[in-house]
Design a protein around this ligand. Sequence first.
Ligand code: GSH
Length: 377
Amino acid sequence: MNMLVDGEWRTDAYESTGDDGSFERQTTPFRDEIRDDPDARFQPEAGRYHLYVSLACPWAHRTLVTRALKGLKDAISVSIVDPYRGEGGWQFTPDKEGCTPDHVHDADFLRELYVRADPDATCRVTVPVLWDTQEDTIVNNESEEIMRMLDTEFDEYAARDVDLYPEGYRDEIDRVIDEIYDPINNGVYRAGFATKQGPYDEAVDDLFAALDHWDEVLADQRYLAGDRLTEADIAMFTTLVRFDNVYHTHFMCNVQYIREYDNLWPYLRDLYQTGVPDRREGTEPRAGSGARRDRGERLDGANGEERSVSDATREHGVAETVNMDHIKEHYYTTHPDVNPHRIVARGPDLAFDAPHDRDELPGGPPSDLVPTASAGD
Ligand SMILES: N[C@@H](CCC(=O)N[C@@H](CS)C(=O)NCC(=O)O)C(=O)O
């Protein structure tokens, strides 16, 4: 697999699977913090920080959902890499649909930014990356920590009053994020990248035991940490939304589809529709392939189109961060060991915008994310 070794790009540097056939995820090296504290090196500011993401990546997707729900689009800009990751690693291909240039340095490859931040870097070149344009360096490249910083440190610049790490729920949020990481978020990778039957079986057993457990929990509560939408739901969402189209088939997580679960499937639709105006307001259908056009341009905010009020509201919704084309292209074409012919599996076309009825359970999203009915309804 490819990585930087002492600042040099190497294509023979490491195996992601150990001798025992199990997938080993490496730890991320850039772990600084943005803190709302006058003594902090990195302080929250509008226009100072930049996110590098792939729309395909579930870890990067967490940061995009947080940015969208909080209304941080004007405060934190975004560059989007090509969903296909080849020999050179993540690449900027601005002419491709949904992709952008590197808005900060106009680099060709993401690895150039890593070397800029640390000329001797020895690490994988992963997304997401939170970049500081003032010090011209990487602040952090660990999704959970970036999500937390965007959520808790930028309220002054957020267009919406949305707290995804509310007091009184914090221990439970941290516990849930931790609990779902190994069997679910990383579990799909443990299954998909296993090179022996034993580790694959173990990953699949852990994954479906955890999904069954959360399906039961979600029968009585609207969200993972109770009656409030939180960071834990974002962490779960970005795995679930990829599951039936990618993990089920490409990573052989095929015991059950998410759409066959009584509660996980409506829960996934509930999250998908969060922040989206009521469909009666004339929003376009967003199920399956119809949901994905021009997503990159809108996220990046560079297209300068005149926007209607409902467009603006949609831009702060979860649905607007989902690009199923990028997701499918990335997984099916980027792992030659798993899918050597790079054929992209066709289905399924999921009705993410179908009614979910989860609003009958106690609680709900923050009021700033509840769609208002349009005049004339
Ligand atoms: N722990 C990291 C993991 C990020 C990660 O592994 N991202 C993948 C894309 S889904 C990546 O960039 N992989 C490139 C590589 O491993 O070379 C996080 O949560 O931010």
